[in-house]
Design a protein around this ligand. Structure first.
Ligand code: DX5
Ligand code: ZN
Length: 219
């Protein structure tokens, strides 16, 4: 499976957002990660529809939207209208997760399910066939720049085994605390898509950092 890097614009400079998006658009990153936070599911509020529409107009990269909000079903069609390509919901926020995944597909997007660090893999076991991507949170959601939870490796490996044993094309995305030091090991443990906020945007040369993430070797 080819590696994908999805820089998280939560860590971008919003005073110069068009420049930041132009930089990502020219980079080798295939996706752009867009973190929506409602101040209820997570203790932080980020951004929503108007900004997504602006970003959509500025890039042809795939927009990878991660909803950290309660009751995401209410907004699925609006995220599609604003240009999301992949829409990921938190399993913990969905009472009828299977129905939510169907609604995302009906709206023409790829459907992802995110699991918080404490949520066991069995939360997605029965919907794996209907899920295009499983996002493993490797920090507690809400903020960029947090430290990777080290024992996440075993969870990644067990999810990889579950997906491979069923011969599914489901992608594994990993979000939180990705660095140039751990990227190679994370791909080697079975991750397909790495989200990186702080590592990309706090670096002197974000495009070069994206390339280094894509080509990182196992240490
Ligand atoms: C955290 C968000 C992440 C965040 C990652 O709740 O879901 O996408 O932007 O940031 P870094 O890469 O800085 O840990
Ligand atoms: Zn995210």
């Amino acid at each position: 499976m080819p590696r994908i890097v999805s820089p998280s614009i939560l860590s971008a400079d919003f005073g110069h957002l068009a420049d930041e998006i132009a930089l990502l658009d020219r980079s080798e990153a295939q996706w752009i990660h867009f973190d929506v936070m409602d101040g209820v599911f997570v203790p932080n509020i980020s951004f929503g529809f108007p900004l997504l529409r602006q970003v959509r107009a500025l890039t042809r990269k795939k927009l990878d939207v991660h909803l950290m909000i309660v009751d995401p079903d209410r907004y699925i069609d609006r995220f599609a209208e604003c240009g999301a390509d992949v829409l990921t919901v938190q399993a913990e926020a969905c009472v009828h997760l299977h129905r939510t995944l169907q609604a995302i597909h009906r709206a023409g997007m790829r459907a992802g399910v995110a699991l918080n660090p404490h949520t066991p893999l069995c939360a997605i076991e029965e919907v794996l066939e209907d899920t295009d991507m499983v996002l493993l949170m490797t920090v507690n959601p809400g903020y960029g720049g947090q430290q990777f939870i080290e024992h996440s490796y075993s969870k990644i490996e067990r999810l990889r085994a579950m997906i491979d044993s069923r011969n599914l094309p489901t992608l594994i995305q990993m979000d939180g605390g990705v660095t140039l030091e751990n990227a190679g090991a994370l791909y080697a443990s079975g991750v397909d898509v790495l989200v990186a906020g702080n590592t990309v945007f706090s670096s002197a040369d974000p495009a070069c950092t994206i390339r280094r993430l894509l080509t990182a070797e196992r240490p």
